[in-house]
Design a binder for this molecule. Structure first.
Ligand code: IDC
Length: 479
């Protein structure tokens, strides 16, 4: 629920650098500076759901200036666990938790505050810790604030809340996204669902992604999200890396200008082994992550549909590509494809247990699920429902038709799918916002060349169905 001010996005770190920072923190412990006045106030606010929570802490230094700090507290319930933190190096030992400052937020003058946070899990109950230490001193909050005689003591400041949104677009309202528990959360730490459309292959349908068409998608469709499908093979990225990288970046800008999130899809398909494209992926993501690091609207999808390859191979690929992205753009959400054409393994006889038992060792990530409504029904829906309480899922691609991308809209199955995704707040992008001559395309053939993207004559059956689903109000939470 609270905004985490980030002095510089490039300084956001999760984990790492424990040794170096521990040394810095030791240097300011009261024992090495006996004359230093100490004091602190900590506010702890939490947003909790079944089994998970997000905690935001504001630390105020009420003593002499420090150049590094270590925050300490104890979880009151033995089942509370720190899962993933930000703006500090976090550690848990038993019930005791420490957060050590990073290079950019270690320096705290007298009266200065900084905000840190983490996602956690809980089993029994989830009470908030009540006692905190800063560099070993118990934080007694406002009561220890030096006061001028005759004036009331300073009280603990209210927690920092994000400013109310200054616009009404999806990006203006939700800001920088973050994975919290199994959800995608907005800048207020609240779970949201993004609903939008996927491009077709950029190598074939460039004329479908113009200022006019994307304005129609943002305004007439009220879409939250544009998935930018950059095929790697089939005359895609591998034939001209620079041109395709530029094309993707241009579309990121167009989405941003219209307040939509941009999902950058490294559209691997054949061959199904993502390792075949590992070096290309590293080069591509190093470029787009550096170029788009300062934007709030970018999400990275590192491999579209791995197939014929083990989960451990996909995981290894992810663990090599994600650090490349993080080095340039530390706070963006990254989405990892799953086995069997991103079916959580189901299309190759597996299920999501292989991921739960061997998750990708990285923070702030989600896992891909794809379906085609006329082909994939109850057994796939059941697995998504089962997985959704254990893994953060994102439907980066689905069709209302068969997995060939063609055929008639299966309305009953599409309704069952989208009702499920709405209920679970799982974000989605529909294949495709294009005028391809196939049932999955939202626009009638010839629409893109004609250049008009609104009105009754441009949509196919699938397009009409999807626009109706996507246009309904988002009601994004803002507190
Ligand atoms: C399909 C396109 C089709 C194209 C084919 C091969 O709809 O026009 O000829 O790819 O490139 C996926 C893939 C997606 C497929 C889609 C439909 O991610 O690239 O698009 N699909 O077959 N997975 C399941 C279905």
């Amino acid at each position: 629920m609270f905004f985490i001010p980030r002095p510089s996005r490039r300084h956001l770190l999760v984990g790492g650098a424990v040794g170096a920072l521990a040394l810095a923190a030791t240097a300011v412990l009261p024992s090495t500076n006996a004359m230093a006045a100490t004091g602190c106030a900590v506010t702890y606010t939490t947003n909790s759901w079944q089994g998970g929570f997000t905690a935001n802490l504001t630390i105020k230094n009420l003593g002499d200036p420090v150049s590094a700090w270590t925050l300490g507290f104890t979880f009151p319930d033995g089942g509370q666990r720190l899962v993933q933190g930000w703006s500090a190096t976090w550690q848990q030992s038993g019930s005791a938790v420490t957060g050590r400052s990073l290079d950019y937020n270690g320096s705290l003058g007298t009266g200065a505050s900084t905000t840190v946070g983490f996602n956690g899990s809980w089993t029994g109950s989830n009470p908030s810790p009540t006692s905190f230490t800063l560099n070993g001193t118990v934080c007694t909050g406002g009561t220890t604030t030096p006061t001028t005689p005759g004036t009331p003591p300073t009280t603990t400041p209210p927690p920092t809340t994000p400013p109310p949104p200054t616009g009404t677009t999806p990006v203006a309202v939700n800001g920088q996204l973050r994975v919290c528990g199994v959800n995608l959360c907005n800048q207020y730490g609240r779970p949201i669902q993004l609903r939008g459309m996927s491009t077709h292959g950029l190598q074939w349908f460039a004329n479908c992604y113009t200022d006019t068409s994307l304005t129609a998608l943002a305004d007439d469709w009220q879409a939250d999200l544009l998935r930018i499908s950059m095929y790697v093979q089939e005359k895609g990225y591998e034939t001209n890396p620079t041109a395709f990288t530029n094309q993707v970046n241009t579309l990121v800008d167009k989405a941003e200008a219209r307040g939509m999130y941009a999902l950058i899809d490294f559209h691997t398909l054949t061959p199904g082994d993502p390792m075949y494209n590992l070096e290309r992926a590293k080069t591509f993501f190093a470029n787009v992550a550096a170029r788009n690091a300062a934007k709030k609207n970018v999400i990275y999808e590192i491999t579209n549909e791995p197939n014929g390859v083990s989960w451990s191979t996909i995981r290894s690929y992810a663990e090599q590509v994600i650090p490349v992205i993080r080095a340039a753009d530390p706070d963006a959400v990254v989405i990892v494809g799953t086995r069997g054409w991103s079916s959580l393994g189901v299309s190759e006889g597996g299920n999501s247990d292989e991921i739960v038992n061997n998750p990708v060792r990285a923070e702030n990530i989600m896992y891909t699920f794809h379906f085609y409504a006329a082909s994939h029904k109850d057994n796939y829906r059941n697995e998504v429902q089962r997985a959704a309480s254990r893994l953060p899922l994102f439907v980066t691609e689905f069709g209302t038709v068969t997995y060939t991308g063609d055929g008639a809209v299966d309305t009953a199955s599409s309704n069952a799918w989208l009702d499920l995704l709405d209920r679970l707040k799982i974000s989605y992008a529909n294949w495709t916002f294009s005028d391809a001559a196939e049932g999955s395309a939202a626009l009638r053939p010839g629409t893109c060349a004609a250049g008009t993207f609104t009105g009754p004559s441009v949509l196919t059956e699938s397009g009409t169905y999807m626009r109706d689903r996507i246009r309904t109000p988002d009601n994004f939470p803002t507190s």
